[in-house]
Design a protein around this ligand. Structure first.
Ligand SMILES: Cc1cc2nc3c(=O)[nH]c(=O)nc-3n(C[C@H](O)[C@H](O)[C@H](O)COP(=O)(O)OP(=O)(O)OC[C@H]3O[C@@H](n4cnc5c(N)ncnc54)[C@H](O)[C@@H]3O)c2cc1C
Length: 304
């Protein structure tokens, strides 16, 4: 069996490679952007096709080219913004089966089965892709990086001609700093509509400073009130910290879908029947305006 992997995110491409090596042994190839990524992937024995430019049109054309020449059975693309943009387009161009955001892929009769969360993360859907290649996108942390092998796979410099680019970059803006980096954060403290005023987020900031945590929020706090840039949940960031503290968040299915992979969830909510308590390892039934200052004080005293 042959597998091809691609993600512009080096860490994620290595995780895909880990799964590909399990499935295909030596029959693994990868698409990389730039020689640093190509070198990392080649160290695990993959045959690496390297392109210099990571634009959508180039990656789409490069994947198309490599799939046509290598004829892989399975193509795994990282579920990043770029990956989700490119993978279905390549599948459509090849008339191949596609399954998005799969956290598992297994060979099956006449193709592959995939597993993905659906209905806001409350249900696991098993999908079957028939025919070749099967194209899937895979979120970060679904698979593990391979063990170091000390190998040296072949690196092929790929020249891709993009006839007429259909996407034109008109402007590039830097992201606003602040609550970025939620996806890789080890600790997150998160605000919900339990906060009455923007200024009250100070209480959360103080706790975040004590824990060295990033700040997140539920969707209404960012999308409706505009108090933060990014929110956690199915339509926001999916997070997987060691500690997630939900403060004044009710725990709807859309929020829950984004925090399921957290190692430990702590909830602070004055309503004993709030759904967030069901999801939590530790529930504090109480008023955030009392509990947060007390928690911050206690942590401060402990670290003194
Ligand atoms: C298509 C779609 C996608 C969505 N995607 C997302 C998503 O990605 N992420 C997301 O978060 N939401 C998402 N939502 C919105 C979601 O349905 C909820 O509306 C939202 O999660 C609720 O946010 P909340 O918990 O902050 O507010 P609420 O549901 O209003 O909950 C506030 C909570 O605070 C508690 N509280 C109030 N005062 C205090 C206090 N003083 N002390 C302690 N607790 C207090 C209350 O008991 C309550 O449980 C989506 C909705 C749709 C339709």
């Amino acid at each position: 069996m042959k597998t091809l992997v691609y993600s512009e995110n080096v860490e994620l491409s290595l995780q895909l490679l880990g799964k590909a090596l399990q499935l295909s042994g030596p029959g693994v190839s990868a698409l990389a952007v730039g020689s640093a990524q190509a070198d990392s992937l080649a160290q695990y024995g993959a045959k690496v096709y390297n392109v210099k430019d990571g634009g959508t049109d180039v990656i789409r054309a490069a994947l198309f080219q490599v799939i046509t020449s290598e004829s892989p059975d399975l193509v795994m693309v990282g579920s990043t913004k770029r990956g989700r943009e490119v993978a279905p387009r390549v599948a459509a161009a090849l008339n191949a089966g596609y399954s998005g955001d799969c956290f598992d892929v297994q060979p099956a009769e006449e193709g592959f089965t995939t597993k993905r969360l659906t209905y806001g993360g409350s249900v696991i859907a098993t999908c079957k892709i028939r025919g070749k290649p099967a194209i899937v996108s895979v979120p970060a942390r679904s698979f593990q990086k391979p063990e170091a092998r000390g190998l040296r796979g072949e690196i092929v410099e790929l020249v891709v001609s993009v006839q007429s680019a259909r996407i034109k970059v008109v402007e590039t803006r830097l992201k606003r700093v602040g609550d970025a980096g939620l996806e890789n954060a080890k600790m997150i403290v998160s605000a919900g509509r339990g906060f009455k005023k923007r200024e009250d987020l100070k209480l959360l900031e103080e706790l975040a400073a004590e824990l060295d945590a990033k700040m997140g929020c539920s969707r209404p706090v960012a999308a409706d009130l505009g108090w933060m840039d990014q929110w956690v949940g199915i339509s926001g960031k999916k997070v997987a910290p060691r500690l997630y503290v939900a403060c004044g968040i009710s725990g709807t299915i859309q929020h829950a879908a984004g925090i399921r992979d957290s190692q430990t969830i702590v909830s602070i909510n004055s309503d004993e029947s709030a759904g967030i308590h069901e999801l939590s390892d530790y529930s504090l039934v109480g008023d955030i305006y009392t509990v947060l200052p007390a928690l911050t004080r206690a942590l401060r005293e402990r670290t003194r």
